[in-house]
Design a protein around this ligand. Structure first.
Ligand SMILES: [Zn+2]
Length: 184
């Protein structure tokens, strides 16, 4: 497997609509394996094809694990998904704010509203159709990756212009908040 280069802003591919996946042969299997490896190495919870320089409606997503009482990751509780030609078929009206970052916009974080619950359909790595119903954080990751396939980035969806920070600013802000909570 190969670790692929992740393209960053202002690379033009990040702003373009991608092409449908039509060939599910060896070349695609290799690409998918490389994308999974690249996502894990980064590390990230999702990676879309334009981020590694390919104009394809293809992304990989790995959900967050469950943790035991000691805060250790419970093995086997992460789910890995390959989505080819995904479509969002339903979104809840209820939206939730959450913090997002992107491997193609390194060093920054922003607050984004996303639907609390979604339903999508997609094809797996072999072209078989499947449907998924996703909540909260999982829904957020999938929507972020599907946005990439349409040339949309989370910075286009910020809850406000001010809610965009460098990682250092965000950490400092969280520490300050924690400090003020203690002070109460
Ligand atoms: Zn991203």
């Amino acid at each position: 497997m190969t670790i692929l280069d992740i393209v960053t802003l202002p690379h033009e591919l990040l702003r373009m609509k991608t092409e449908p996946v039509t060939q599910f042969g060896d070349e695609l299997q290799q690409l998918i394996d490389d994308m999974i490896e690249t996502m894990r190495e980064a590390p990230g919870v999702g990676l879309a094809a334009p981020q590694i320089g390919r104009s394809l409606r293809l992304a990989v997503v790995e959900t967050l694990p469950d943790y035991d009482e000691q805060g250790e990751e419970i093995e086997g509780t992460r789910d890995l998904y390959v989505i080819a030609n995904p479509e969002v078929v339903w979104t809840s009206r209820q939206e939730v704010a959450g913090i997002e970052g992107c491997l193609s916009i390194p060093g920054y974080l922003g607050e984004v509203f996303r639907p609390e619950e979604i339903r999508i359909k997609a094809q797996d790595r072999y072209g078989r159709s499947f449907k998924l119903r996703l909540h909260d954080w999982d829904a957020r990751i999938f929507l972020h990756e599907i946005d990439h396939l349409n040339g949309v980035l989370y910075i286009d969806r910020l809850t406000s212009k001010e809610n965009f920070w460098t990682e250092e600013e965000y950490v400092a802000m969280m520490e300050e908040e924690r400090g003020s909570e203690v002070a109460k």
